[in-house]
Design a protein around this ligand. Structure first.
Ligand code: BV8
Length: 288
């Protein structure tokens, strides 16, 4: 039995499925990934740009980085990989949950069932106030640019990786409309920050309530960021199988290890997730 047939046969009997998505899912929508060629972090390490210290040290640099990404995400269209997960999220006969590490909003634009989508690392279009006493938080703020000083920075980065264009004083950065004093920050989880407790609780609740999870779809992620990557082993510990959708699969054999009868114990589909994922899920969701 070939790999795709074996996966589709297993898929048809799954009661509980979870997905862990990464930047590779949005690559076909023109959004650069973080690592690998053309990656966002190519010219800067993530530590320079996606940490509270970086923001404290040079908020102007960090806001240019996030303005570049907001602008790119606003232009991006969801691809068939996003649409496949969106269709999967409305199936009534399956307990399903998408965990996305992506902050690009593409799954929401693809009309993913909001009850079955958890953004582990937040969202580029959420803004929150950094003033300790202020609780201002705004979701789905698509304004661009957020201030005049941030207006011209996106044109410089069309080649897909980030370069700052200028020094921007804090006074010209986005400020809180409620307390007027606090600097606004992007509503994403930076390195060194905990994932939102309510999100972690919802994942745990799903994993416990639907134990055993039959399958985790690991889509377009280098599995290098924690604790998100830990959910893969969590599902394996609960007896679930793993299907990887990635353009690079260094340990294909490990993922696909076969039992004595030569049956697949996992699957690795090498290629663009925008193509491989809809194809693999066709048995459940039909054609995209
Ligand atoms: C925390 C938001 C603690 C910002 C991001 C062990 C346990 C816990 C923590 C750690 C740990 N070890 C280390 C840590 C610290 C750290 C961490 O994981 N560091 C890494 C670098 C080692 N983790 C943290 O800091 C986390 N917080 O642990 O807090 C704590 C607890 C209590 C109190 C205080 C503190 C927070 C991590 C969240 C960081 N924020 N994003 C932003 O986006 O600007 S992470 C960032 O990386 C994005 O979210 C991104 O999605 C994510 C993961 O990367 P990938 O999505 O996988 O992207 P990547 O480019 O790496 O890979 C793309 C893949 O796609 C590749 O495999 C490629 O081959 C493939 N691909 C490319 N094209 C395609 C494709 N596949 C298919 N089709 C294609 N077309």
């Amino acid at each position: 039995m070939d790999k795709l047939e074996s996966f589709r046969n297993y898929l048809k009997n799954c009661k509980s499925i979870i997905s862990l998505c990464g930047a590779g899912l949005s690559a076909s929508s023109g959004l650069p990934t973080f690592r690998g060629s053309g990656g966002l972090w190519k010219n800067y390490s993530s530590i320079d740009l996606a940490t509270p210290d970086a923001f404290h040290t040079d908020a102007g640099l960090v806001w240019q980085f996030y303005t570049f990404r907001r602008h790119a995400a606003l232009k991006a269209k969801p691809n068939n990989g996003h649409k496949a997960l969106s269709k999967l999220s409305y199936l009534e006969n399956i307990n399903y949950l998408t965990l996305t590490q992506n902050v690009d909003n593409a799954s929401r634009i693809a009309k993913h069932n909001p009850k079955k989508l958890l953004e582990l690392h937040g969202n580029l279009f959420t803004l929150s106030c950094t003033n300790f006493m202020c609780t201002f938080k705004e979701e789905q703020n698509y304004n661009h640019p957020l201030t005049p000083a941030l207006a011209d920075c996106e044109d410089e980065f069309s080649e897909g990786s980030f370069q700052p264009v200028k020094e921007i004083p804090e006074s010209e950065l986005p400020h809180c409309p409620r307390c007027n004093t606090g600097l606004l920050r992007p509503g994403v989880v930076w390195f060194g920050e905990p994932l939102p407790l309510k999100v972690i609780d919802k994942v745990d609740e799903f994993l416990v309530k639907n134990d055993p999870i039959n399958l985790i779809l690991v889509i377009g992620t280098s599995q290098s960021v924690w604790p998100a990557a830990a959910y893969i082993d969590r599902v394996k510990q609960q007896g679930g199988k793993v299907a990887v959708f990635n353009t690079e699969i260094p340990d294909m054999e490990t993922v696909e290890n076969k039992n004595a009868k030569g049956e697949y114990q996992g699957w690795a589909f090498k290629g663009d997730a925008a193509i491989t994922l809809p194809l693999a899920l066709e048995a459940l969701i039909g054609k995209i």
